[in-house]
Write a protein that binds this ligand. Structure first.
Ligand code: ZN
Ligand code: ZN
Length: 393
């Protein structure tokens, strides 16, 4: 694994650059100042990236000399943050190369759990709630309609205009908690009569899926009713096994209050699974599936997700936090890592970040998740979901 040291007195600069290099598979030490003996051995460092606005080159050279090393490591002095991000992208990416020409793409539009969290502290990973786009084998599949679907909608409008073709898309709803449906009234493509929107999901405990989606657009809550959406979305309850064009899919229950679906897709480019809200409860009874013990639940998940190429999984909590949140329907990232490792997943994407989580917190969680996986000896790649992130299959 490649190692970088990032040096800046500016905490935001450090957080963004750490996230950028972690996203390219690097190991990163982000520091305010170069203190001798306090950092990785410079012989094992592949790049030093310095915020030129806060540290000068002489300070870096003096540190290297004091450590007894010559300046043979690429030293990147970046005049500002956007230059630094650009320069980081010129560094080699660690891990399996992305197939940039592949038409099979996963794009993240909303990665946050529970409630949107705009603000300076969440700007890097993003504050929109769950929405992931899958472009697989020519099909446009949208996973959940959290607030992220609004920006996806704007982007799709641009793509449809460029292609001079109406849109046909399938929206899969994992469950009807607000953070998975609240963006739908703001999804502009649904207001274009020539577009076709198919919506699929489990029924909720008390109401059918179509009823719940329509309820959030009743006049008390929203000025346009779902019936008046000009594309007239068709809403259907999903079967355990179904197909979207050439993409074969399986739906399964997760451990979450109410009824929540996870999905696994088989495509010509490999399998993808989406398990956005799921509690891996390793030390007791599975909370929301009373006939299933935690052990059975874990085994069933491991079997269902076996050998998946990309798994997008709930990682809302840490294990330390989890003990006071048992039954809330979410996993600690450590449990997501261990379940994915046991299932032989190739690439795990930590998803549904807690609204309390800052960008710096998510960087730390990603570092710890990778360290835990390495401790087990797994070669699984781990990323933290970020708005705008793309995975080419
Ligand atoms: Zn959720
Ligand atoms: Zn939920």
């Amino acid at each position: 694994m490649k190692n970088a040291i990032i040096v800046s007195k500016d905490a935001h600069w450090r957080t963004v650059m750490e996230g950028t290099l972690l996203g390219r598979g690097w190991q990163v030490a982000a520091v305010e100042a170069l203190i001798p003996g306090d950092l990785p051995d410079p012989d094992h460092v592949d790049a030093i990236m310095v915020d030129a606005a806060s540290i000068d080159a002489n300070t870096v050279s003096a540190w290297l000399n004091a450590e007894g090393h010559k300046l043979s490591i690429p030293l990147i002095m970046a005049p500002d943050l956007s230059h630094a991000e650009g320069l980081a992208y010129e560094l080699e990416s660690e891990g399996a190369p992305e197939n940039a020409a592949s038409p099979n793409i996963i794009r993240f539009w909303g990665v946050r759990g529970s409630i949107p969290t705009p603000g300076a502290d969440t700007a890097y990973y993003g504050g929109n709630t769950s929405c992931v786009e899958l472009s697989l084998d020519g099909e446009l599949i949208i996973l959940d309609a959290g607030s992220g679907i609004r920006t996806l909608g704007m982007n799709l409008m641009g793509r449809a205009a460029a292609a001079k073709k109406p849109l046909e898309m399938t929206l899969l709803i994992s469950h009807t908690h607000w953070d998975h449906i609240q963006g739908l009234p703001f999804f502009v493509p649904a207001y274009i009569p020539t577009n076709k929107l198919h919506v699929l999901g489990y029924s909720a405990v008390r109401h059918h899926l179509a009823e719940v989606l329509a309820m959030q657009m009743e006049p008390t809550y929203f000025p346009v009713s779902m019936n008046d959406m000009p594309s007239h979305p068709d809403v259907h309850e999903v079967d355990d096994h179904f197909s979207i064009g050439a993409v074969k899919a399986v739906a399964f229950f997760t451990n979450h209050p109410g009824r929540c679906a996870g999905f696994r897709f088989e495509t010509s480019a490999g399998s993808v699974a989406y398990v956005s809200d799921n509690e891996i409860n390793h030390d007791g009874q599975a909370t929301h599936l009373p006939r299933e013990t935690a052990e059975h639940l874990m085994q069933r998940m491991v079997d269902t997700l076996h050998g998946v190429r990309v798994l997008i999984h709930d990682a809302q909590y840490t294990r330390a936090e989890y003990h006071s949140k048992v039954g809330w329907g979410h996993s600690a990232f450590e449990d997501a890592v261990e379940m994915a490792g046991a299932a032989g997943v190739e690439r795990l994407v930590l998803f549904h970040h807690d609204p309390m989580r800052s960008d710096a917190d998510i960087n730390r969680i990603l570092r710890e998740a990778r360290a835990l996986s390495a401790k087990h000896g797994w070669s699984m790649r781990i990323d933290a979901a970020r708005e705008g992130m793309e995975i080419h299959l």
